[in-house]
Design a protein around this ligand. Structure first.
Ligand SMILES: NC(=O)C1=CN([C@@H]2O[C@H](COP(=O)(O)OP(=O)(O)OC[C@H]3O[C@@H](n4cnc5c(N)ncnc54)[C@H](OP(=O)(O)O)[C@@H]3O)[C@@H](O)[C@H]2O)C=CC1
Ligand SMILES: O=C(O)[C@@H]1CCC=N1
Length: 275
């Protein structure tokens, strides 16, 4: 099976790297194209045997499954270009949340899936989110799921839940990294511990916490209970954390607002502003 990637920016190249590192695919199964060709050539330098196509049309012609790894407002140009070359048996997978499956089905004659990956998939960890259009049969769904099982824990979701789910799965690593940076910065500011030492200790704590959660002896509330010795220091720290208020509600509201704006921009892109 040949798999194509149109767009080898941050996420396109992470996916190629992840599938090759996990040995889900071999370089001779992969075809890539990118607007700036030099970026795609960097991948073939790293993975000899991988094909860099001259055009997106070639990528589509050579592949059975094609990932569209471009940003929302770059879709129309790509689709207009490749759509006449997509037979009804090919599967196109968008990795972008505000591009709706029904719109892709209107624009292309092939099978459509949407998969939201995460930067965590680059180390074969974390979840991925799977959604399928009506033209995908059972075998197509299994094929896509099998690919993602090698690099993630895939979960099939309803497209209406894509925003919150991808806030957690794909934006989450950036959100939690930001919080951890604040955690480290405050330790340095309040106590004089070096940034290097606080970063090392925080990183090890997070890796340990992830291992604990993945091996399952504690859920989150039990874990807190076990660490909070009655009358002890953790409880004193948590009292301060309770001041956090509804900051996460604001975060989800902000991403939803941005998503709604993207949906409108994408609809204007496909159908014009007066539809
Ligand atoms: N980053 C992440 O963690 C995640 C991203 N996503 C989604 O993935 C999508 C891409 O994000 P990301 O990879 O971060 O963005 P990037 O900007 O890093 O990558 C987009 C790539 O698309 C290429 N491109 C644009 N137009 C064309 C075209 N007409 N033909 C071929 N290639 C083209 C660009 O080429 P050029 O080199 O010329 O700029 C660029 O390399 C986004 O919609 C995002 O929502 C989903 C989950 C996680
Ligand atoms: O920031 C973004 O728009 C994308 C969506 C998921 C992760 N990054």
């Amino acid at each position: 099976m040949k798999v194509g990637f149109i767009g080898t920016g941050s996420m396109g190249s992470i996916l190629v790297d992840a599938f090759l590192t996990a040995k889900t695919l071999t370089p001779d199964q992969i075809i890539v194209s990118n607007r700036t060709r030099e970026k795609a050539l960097l991948l073939s330098d790293r993975f000899p045997g991988l094909t860099v196509a001259e055009t997106n049309i070639q990528t589509v012609q050579m592949s059975e499954i094609i990932f569209l790894c471009v940003k929302p407002l770059e879709f129309k140009r790509v689709i207009d270009d490749v759509s006449p070359h997509l037979g009804s048996n090919k599967i196109v997978i968008s990795i972008t949340s505000p591009i709706l499956i029904e719109d892709l089905e209107k624009q292309m004659p092939c099978k459509i899936a949407k998969v939201i990956p995460s930067i965590t998939n680059s180390v074969a960890a974390g979840a991925s989110l799977l959604m399928f259009g009506n033209r995908c049969g059972k075998a197509d769904r299994i094929k896509v799921r099998n690919l993602f099982e090698q690099i993630s824990r895939p979960l099939e979701i309803e497209e209406s839940k894509v925003r919150v789910s991808s806030d957690i799965v794909s934006c989450g690593p950036a959100f939690i990294s930001y919080l951890l940076q604040r955690f480290i910065h405050a330790a340095v500011e309040e106590t004089g511990i070096s940034n290097e030492e606080a970063t090392f200790l925080t990183t090890e704590m997070v890796i340990g916490l992830a291992a604990l959660l993945s091996r399952g002896p504690f859920d989150l509330p039990t874990l807190q209970q076990r660490v909070c010795v009655p009358g002890g220091v953790t409880g004193a720290g948590i009292l301060a954390l309770e001041q956090i208020g509804d900051v996460f509600n604001h975060m989800y509201k902000n991403t939803q607002k941005r998503y709604d704006e993207d949906l409108k921009d994408v609809s204007d892109m496909f159908y014009g502003t007066n539809h």
